[in-house]
Design a protein around this ligand. Structure first.
Ligand code: ZN
Ligand code: ZN
Length: 381
């Protein structure tokens, strides 16, 4: 399916669900329900609500796949199949998703969706003021690397959340376990990002999907992408993903070299720690944080407050150290699924509680200011 088709179809699902009961009808007249709740909207919303609570990704995939199957199909055919009981002949539609579609077609909000909406809570108490000031997100992944959804879906969900921009930062080539993008694949991805933005036609004030990368910091501190490719991107997040337990001396030199690279904008999840979750616990990397943060402050590189609940990185004492060093910060979701874009709430709560001044958080800045900071004079295109 072309990007154009995807957007035309997905955009339709952002309209409010058409579930209004309609005007009162005269008694004694047979009624044919004309109410229609968009099944694609309902399935996407279910997936979103499950993703933000980090539910099992296999289970969520069923809702995303079903939505993707129905997206290009004419609503009249969906209705006919619901009546005929042939929804399950479609790829990606199982018993549970077929039942949800049938409820939609009957003009009802699916019971499961109502249940999820009813139990949905803020992810964390506090940080509301800071969350309201965040305009976008500098760190996210699509299924081009190790994310679970197409980049169009990530962009659409960011738009629905009220973001002014989302930076797509799929992984770099050497991170093979995460299906990192070669230069050639990144070139193709940039064309798709252009097509998505063109289709959005948001103009100067509208939402934009921005070009980025989460570039691996190699063992010698080099960045895992060519300088000419990095120059074409709006935002570069540099992160350590390998040899996290190396000695503090070499780790400090490694991080300093990455921070001093002229295209680095954000130092991603700087300690690499894991505090909970399915991947277990991982201790934080050891490095001379004072020197690394001093370099960040000098180079104008933002220290990321990574909002993923299992990362919660950097820890509070290092946020304080970076504050004292005069660093900038960026509050990022590091979302690997659309619903995880909502994780910004976690980072906002921490930044507010730890007293990070709003003006030092680059993700509170207007997009033009952010872009001028990240790639002065504009990305090479
Ligand atoms: Zn990472
Ligand atoms: Zn990431």
């Amino acid at each position: 399916m072309t990007v154009h088709t995807v957007w035309t179809k997905i955009s339709r699902t952002t309209e409010p669900a058409r579930s209004a009961p309609g005007p009162a009808r005269p008694e004694g007249v047979a009624q044919v329900s004309t109410a229609y709740v968009d099944p694609v909207h309902a399935l996407r919303r279910i997936a979103f609500l499950l993703e933000r609570q980090l539910a099992d990704s296999y289970r969520i995939k069923a809702y995303r796949n079903a939505a993707a199957t129905l997206l290009p199909i004419d609503p009249a055919e969906v209705r006919r199949r619901a009546t005929d009981g042939t929804l399950r002949d479609l790829p990606g539609i199982g018993a549970k998703t077929a039942a949800i579609v049938a409820e939609c077609v009957a003009g009802e909000q699916p019971a499961y969706l109502l249940e999820l909406e009813g139990s949905a809570r803020p992810l964390v108490e506090g940080g509301e003021e800071y969350r309201a000031r965040l305009r976008g997100d500098l760190h996210s992944h699509s299924d081009w690397s190790d994310g679970g959804s197409p980049l169009e879906e990530m962009a659409m969900t960011a738009l629905e959340l009220g973001h002014e921009y989302l930076v797509l930062t799929d992984h770099s080539p050497r991170l093979r376990v995460a299906n990192g993008l070669s230069s050639a694949r990144l070139v193709r991805q940039l064309e798709v990002v252009d097509a998505v933005n063109e289709h959005l036609g948001g103009g100067a004030d509208g939402f934009r999907l921005l070009k980025g990368i989460e570039v691996d910091i190699l063992e010698d501190g080099g960045l895992d992408q060519t300088d000419s490719m990095l120059a074409r991107l709006d935002v570069v997040v540099a992160s350590v993903h390998s040899k996290l337990a190396m000695d503090p001396g070499p780790m400090t030199r490694r991080m300093l070299a990455a921070v001093r690279h002229p295209r680095s904008n954000v130092l991603g999840h700087c300690t690499g720690r894991l505090v909970k979750g399915s991947r277990g616990i991982r201790k934080q990397s050891r490095f001379d944080a004072e020197r690394v943060f001093a370099a960040c402050a000098e180079e104008g590189v933002a220290v990321e407050i990574n909002s993923r609940p299992e990362r919660c990185d950097p820890p509070d004492d290092l946020v304080q150290l970076a504050l004292d060093a005069g660093c900038l910060f960026s509050i990022d979701s590091d979302a690997h699924a659309p619903g995880q874009l909502d994780f910004l709430q976690y980072g906002a709560e921490r930044a507010q509680r730890l007293g990070v001044p709003l003006d030092r958080i680059v993700t509170t800045w207007p997009r033009e200011r952010l872009l001028e900071w990240a790639s002065p004079g504009g990305a090479g295109g």
